[in-house]
Design a protein around this ligand. Sequence first.
Ligand code: SF4
Length: 469
Amino acid sequence: MQTVNKNFINEKKIEEDLAVNKNPESRRVKDILTKALSIETLEPDETAALLNVEDKNLWEEIFEVAGKIKKKVYDNRIVTFAPLYCSNLCVNSCLYCAFRKENTEGIRRRLSLEEVEKETEVLISFGHKRLIVVYGEHPLTNIDYISDTIKTIYKTKVGANKIRRVNVNAAPMSVEELKLLKQVGIGTYQVFQETYHRETYRKVHPKGLKSDYKRRLYALHKAMDAGIDDVGIGALFGLYDWRFEVMGLLEHSRELERSFGIGPHTISFPRLEPAMNTPFVQQAEHKVSDEDFKKLIAVLRLSVPYTGMILTAREPAHIRRKVLPLGCTQTDASSRIGIGAYSRKYNKQEAEKQQFLLGDTRTLDEVIREFASDGYITSFCTAGYRCGRTGKCIMQLLKTGEEGKFCKLNAVLTFREWLDDFASEQTKEAGEKVIKKEIEELKEQLPDTYPQFEKFYQRIKNGERDFYF
Ligand code: SF4
């Protein structure tokens, strides 16, 4: 499909929806919750009504339903990944980012391919199977560099272990460049709009390529045109009113579905965090409180039940634990966002020179132990895209509940691998309890597939790797 360069974010309509749905009646909110529980996508006025709820008890009901939807569609699985920052060179001037061109503090560079390999080795040795590679926007990190770094990551091995899926967070590209990106075998391609509010967008992106709102807004249309049907959207919460941004994200999602028959695979909702020599953040007027953060996550979960939701390590551990049950499906762990930071000794001074400050710097082992103690299974599954279950296909499988079956089987197989290869004794103990319960459920829920699963499981226990459905 050829991209039409209109602006599908109708600010007036969003503002009207938010204004006319103020103080929704309790009966109406309950009806919307019933609809959401039947795993139906909400209409903009319904989302606007939820965003406008003021009654504390109703919010508690919303949180509860969000948790139920998460359980229904994704069960107790959490997918983990790690970011790999390949470069902090950038031609843009985003006021909230320490990598902006004007910031002269800190060393600016890109990783060599040897360094990419070293960083990847460290991440593999933690047990990661899935990365998101991150690049600023700069001629030195063009499509050739991006492709070379991704190829290097896929080639890197530590014993029998390797990275099985590389997702990409990079600047908008041309369709020709995106076709090259598809060829190297990426998972999800993410471009975050940061803010959907045009006036705010103009203020916080005063110069550089990123100052073009529409170029960014249509970046994922171009990806779809190039055949990349697995894309991720996101907003940086704190730049403008959080309710408006939720509506913007949903409009973006609806537009992709309208134009291509596929919504985004994931939604990210990072909050603005302090960054080195970046005074804008201290003065930001729209910072999102912890309570509002919970609300926005729950409303997103209710509005688009089939979309993966990514909670990042920007958030401190106690917040992550609180909001995870509201519908998050993926999170990063053991993250370092300095350039070359995995293969160097981590120190606080260096951490302050990163793009922003991380709230949760626990190891993958510690994070997984907490998940397991809370009853979650960590999934390292990367089967979906390797079996061609992406785009329309995955949406259909999610809607019919089929994908959930694959996911449950693959979660157990990959968690078994991770426990045997990487877990500390303490984590293993917590993980075994989760696995035991999952296997009981598999026996009961999938009697036909169970025998094949059992064969794969035993072979993994005997040291073989990488079986999946
Ligand atoms: S947010 Fe991205 S585009 Fe903007 S300055 Fe930072 S690295 Fe560059």
